[in-house]
Design a protein around this ligand. Structure first.
Ligand code: URA
Ligand code: SF4
Length: 220
């Protein structure tokens, strides 16, 4: 539903949409030519999922399946991601998923710093619009956005605070496709998402004052 702004002269006006709402942001991204990746991409891959998600996942860059469909994590790494989410009791439709860059790097090479910084304003806006309480960084590129000085190997599975958002760094699911030894580590790290929310629920409950049980008193 669109939020309409009523101006003082009684005329209903749409607010300045492109920077305020994710669907409009996606349209902006689809037209973007701010870096060289625009020349070789097929479809832009802005992001997908629940716009009000508590959990946001940030990957690296679209690959060939994503470039064809316009959806993040549409290939084999995506199936593994779904499996990892499911083992933690989370549906893909519960989360919001995006990438550091919204266009596919040719031959799936690593995104370059200049491309990452050209694309950064879109990601920053997505973070502030979705406003998640947890961000799961998939792989080293998205972890480096928040903690550029620390290596992923040392920090994976350890929740860190970044401006009031909990950051959970994990290996990239594609890495586990090449090195199956990483899969148990990914499963273990994804379980931490549940732990973060379990803690949150406990804290919330401890703030609620327990009232005397009136029903019980009636039958005493
Ligand atoms: N790998 C990523 O980092 N992102 C995708 O969307 C797909 C594969
Ligand atoms: Fe624009 Fe980002 Fe695509 Fe570069 S990668 S063209 S900055 S949307």
């Amino acid at each position: 539903m669109r939020h309409l702004h009523i101006s003082t002269d009684g005329i209903t006006k749409l607010p300045n949409l492109p920077t305020k709402r994710i669907p409009e942001l996606e349209i902006n991204i689809a037209q973007c030519t701010k870096c060289d990746l625009a020349e070789t991409r097929n479809l832009t891959v802005p992001g997908d999922g629940n716009y009000n998600a508590d959990i946001m996942l940030i990957g690296e860059a679209p690959g060939s399946n994503e470039d064809k469909t316009g959806r993040p994590f549409a290939g084999r790494a995506g199936s593994l991601l779904d499996e990892l989410l499911m083992t933690s009791g989370i549906e893909r439709s519960d989360v919001y998923i995006t990438n550091m860059v919204k266009c596919r790097p040719p031959s799936n090479r690593d995104p370059q710093l200049v491309e990452i910084s050209a694309c950064q304003p879109y990601l920053d806006l997505q973070i502030s619009l979705v406003n998640p309480s947890v961000i799961v960084t998939l792989g080293r590129f998205s972890f480096a956005k928040f903690f550029p000085q620390i290596t992923l190997r040392k920090s994976r599975g350890i929740v860190k605070d970044w401006r009031g958002i909990k950051i959970l760094p994990v290996y990239h699911p594609a890495a586990a496709l090449y090195n199956p030894n990483l899969k148990p580590k990914l499963i273990e790290d994804f379980q931490k998402i549940t732990t973060i929310f379990a803690k949150k629920v406990n804290t919330d409950l401890s703030n609620i004052q327990t009232r005397p049980n009136i029903q019980l008193n009636l039958f005493e």
